[in-house]
Every structure is written in C-alpha cells, then in structure tokens.
Design a protein around this ligand. Structure first.
Ligand SMILES: [Zn+2]
Length: 194
C-alpha cells in the first residue's frame, strides 16, 4: 500500500466552501461598543454552507475579556458557543478578530456540517475547494478555470468603487490581478472553443 503524501492528507473532503462560516462583519460594525443601554450588541445573523442556512443568535459581552455568545440549532441540538474576541487598533477605528481556541486570531470561523462548535480553518481541518482539482488532467484543468472565473464574478460583486482619487481601489485591483492570474491558457481554451 502506498503511503499517503502530506498533500493528500491535507485534502480533506471538508472545505471552506462546504462548511458554515461566520465572519466578524456578520455581527455588524463597532462590535465592542456597548449600546445605549450599556449592554453589548445582540442580534441575529445566519451562516450558510452549500446546502442550508442556520440562524445564529449572538450577544457580545464587552469588557476586559470581550467575547461573543452564539446560540444556534444544529443537527437537532441547541448549541451555545462562547468565542473570545481580540481587537487591534487600525487607522480608522478598531479591527475585531475572533480568537480561536488554538490562539489564532481570525476574521472567519467555521463549523462543519457534522461537527459541533466553531473553529478556525486549521482547527476544523478545512481545505479549499480549489485544491481538489487535479490541474494536470484535462477535466481538472477545465474545472479549475471555470471555478476561478466563477470566483472572479463573485469578487466583481464586491467592488463598490473602481477608483478613488485616481487610484484603483483595493478590491478593484484584486479583481484585475485575479483576471490576469487566471487567464485561461490556450491549451485549456482549445477545449471549450468550438
Ligand atoms: Zn483554531
């Protein structure tokens, strides 16, 4: 039997794309600022994977060890998670991160369909959909470029302003960079042109 290479081991069938993901910005802006009643912000958001949507109720507890309490119903169980938050001063305000139990600061946490609790991409052992394609094969190469071009379309939706003060915005520049990077090579293009 051939031993699995490290790369193969990393190719989990669980991916960032098919796990529920929660981003700090899903919880709104100025997370750590208490509301008019002096309490932390609370509300409802949702997380989604490729199949369904979960409602997630959250309550932020500011203070010395700021954290967010998540309540949601998953796989027939009510779940309650506490996730600590870390903040960092940036030019315009404060950037808030989730603090995964492994110590990583991250802007997104994930939970796999069959697992409980949120964790970072590393703790949940998630790969990216894109790494599943074997680009050396004809079909793999084609799937890869189709996937990347879908990604570019999604990225374009996030571009609100193309330029600011005569310069490309960060997001616009990122789309252009991706278009250049994922230009379909002639060998692959020949497969799809009539
Ligand atoms: Zn982690």
């Amino acid at each position: 039997m051939q031993l699995q290479s490290t790369k193969d081991k990393q190719l989990s069938r669980w991916t960032v794309e098919n796990s529920y993901q929660l981003a700090t910005h899903d919880l709104g802006k100025k997370l750590l600022k208490p509301g008019p009643d002096g309490q932390g912000k609370a509300g409802k958001t949702f997380v989604t994977n490729s199949w369904d949507i979960l409602d997630v109720y959250y309550r932020i507890v500011p203070g010395k060890r700021p954290h967010v309490i998540l309540n949601y119903f998953k796989n027939g169980r009510f779940e309650k998670d506490t996730i600590y938050l870390a903040s960092q001063k940036i030019t315009f305000g404060v950037k808030v991160y989730f603090l995964c139990t492994c110590g990583r600061k991250c802007l997104k946490l994930f939970t796999r369909k069959s697992c409980y609790g949120f964790g970072c991409r590393h703790c949940q052992n998630l790969g990216y959909e894109i790494h599943k394609f074997n680009r050396r094969g004809t079909w793999g190469a084609l799937s890869f470029y189709i996937n990347r071009h879908q990604k570019i379309e999604v990225m374009k939706l996030g571009v609100k302003h193309v330029s600011y003060r005569g310069r490309l915005t960060r997001r616009a520049a990122s789309v252009l960079k991706s278009i250049r990077k994922w230009t379909i090579p002639a060998t692959v293009g020949a497969l799809i042109s009539p």
